[in-house]
Design a protein around this ligand. Structure first.
Ligand SMILES: [Zn+2]
Ligand SMILES: [Zn+2]
Ligand SMILES: [Zn+2]
Length: 93
């Protein structure tokens, strides 16, 4: 049983030069890990962070695909398909 993400053709960003969760910076808060929205390049904090801005970004914009923004991590996640994605080949090209 292998489900495939149907949103991969919507990806426009595979990296960004932002290294903070801007929504957390605005309210003076901290985060645990960063995730990047691959549709608009928005950087936001993960579900282990108390503000969960990456998930809030999905609910606000319906942008389904995020990628881990931690060094050496190439996995992503599609919120709509609830599917783990592997970007190790995408990032190296
Ligand atoms: Zn998908
Ligand atoms: Zn945040
Ligand atoms: Zn986005």
């Amino acid at each position: 049983m292998s489900k495939k993400c149907k949103h991969l053709d919507q990806i426009k960003f595979t990296s960004t030069n932002k290294h903070v969760c801007e929504d957390c910076v605005k309210i003076g808060d901290t985060w645990v890990h960063l995730r990047m929205c691959m549709l608009c390049g928005n950087v936001a904090c993960c579900d282990s962070s108390k503000n969960k801005h990456a998930t809030k970004h999905f609910h606000a914009t319906r942008h389904p695909i995020i990628k881990s923004f931690e060094p050496g991590e190439d996995w992503g996640w599609c919120y709509i398909d609830q599917l783990m994605l592997d970007f190790s080949d995408v990032v190296q090209q």
